[in-house]
Design a protein. Sequence first.
Length: 509
Amino acid sequence: MNADDREAGPRSLVTGATGYIGGRLVPELLAAGHRVRCLARSPGKLRDHPWAGEVEVVRGDVTDEASVAAAMRDVDVAYYLVHALGTGKGFEDTDRRAARIFAAAARAAGVRRVVYLGGLTPAGIPETELSPHLRSRAEVGHILLDSGVPTTVLRAAVILGSGSASFEMLRYLTERLPVMVTPSWVHTRIQPVAVRDVLRALVGSAEMPREVSRAFDLGGPEVLTYRDMMVRYARIAGLGRRFVVPVPVLTPGLSSHWVGLVTPVPASIARPLAESLRHEVVCREHDIARYVPDPPGHPLGFDEAVRLALQRVRDAQVTTRWSNAAVPGAPSDPLPTDPDWAGGSLYTDRREMLVPATPEALWRVIEGIGGENGWYSFPLAWAARGWLDRLVGGVGLRRGRRDAHRLRVGDSLDFWRVEEIEPGRLLRLRAEMRLPGLAWLEMYAERDGDGRTRYRQRALFHPRGLLGHAYWWGVSPFHALVFGGMARNIARAAAADRAPSVPATERTS
């Protein structure tokens, strides 16, 4: 499609473009001829997406009236794809306020349609009795439908796609536990839907007739229990037989911690997912097909959706993950700069060394850090820090990587997030574990004045209060093992131009 064709298409505003669904919807809209504008709190997180140069990105937040109003100017279709999932107390008020701001701005700007992706609610259960997160999603749908702007509310239960939280939960539970003691909700009937069908419905909803303003259920062709899904996943993935033993004593709270223990999905996100499975979530209609017709072979069945997702994972082609969205409450302060930073105490651990390798070889090791490759030092210390983070409600160390070889700004990387990347030279990570302060880790691949390759590593910590200072001095005795060993093993891996075969005491976990 050439630029003139795209210019003639509808202008669509996408909120949540840094998230799992939003990051996949943008290229689908572009392919359908839309002119896309993205509203993002941190526009830099979209910089490295393949489609970044084809969209307009504006800075703003859905809770800020001025930025939402500015983003709505000249918009034809506005996609609302944000949820306060896992944000802690007060999230319902945040969701409610944001939805009202969005609805009012869409009405004032003359937007011709709002499209919202929410959650499928169980039949016959009053909304007041639903889980808080499912109740909030339903309320957001009502607010948007009452906006005076024609609105499409799409309601989906379990979304199956590479990198989705629901798929990752299913995948890790099934792969890691041949015998599973599970919550009673494994017998709840669910109607999962493939992410491809969700995206197709989202794109197609933009062209609905103006007189259509309602909610639509989205689901695949099969109704399954969670146990059925685990057994069938095991067969598709070539695993041995799985034994599932449900017990009634695992409450949603306890089962979310159980999910957090076994999978990379932290309890803060696992809990609303588990709570939504307490009630049967089955579609009551498939009216969406009247306006977005199903092509042959769609909606995809469970087995095909899982096969496609697994193939994406195995081919390292996971375009977005559940962890794409920033952790609620994660720090957003600017990086302290030397020497003119005047923000208070700043602790720094610096390491540097010459490396008998090319800068390109060193960079490959740096960019490949984390996930299955580990952190090149004292794995017990990294694992212990990850478990501690999980215990206090953090994300832990097991979010892994979206791609085994390439990173982009905004990617989650275990309990870090990529804040800056200069290909071939700099990788800067911002900590998202629970800390009494702000922390960054920087790694550089450089060539010095004599043409030699130099590795530089810098860990920075800006303490918050007395506890922050105590934390730094409490862990500083381990820095030689953790940060020193990390620098040595990264240099060693680069010299070998491969991941190092480190001694057992420093082997990555």
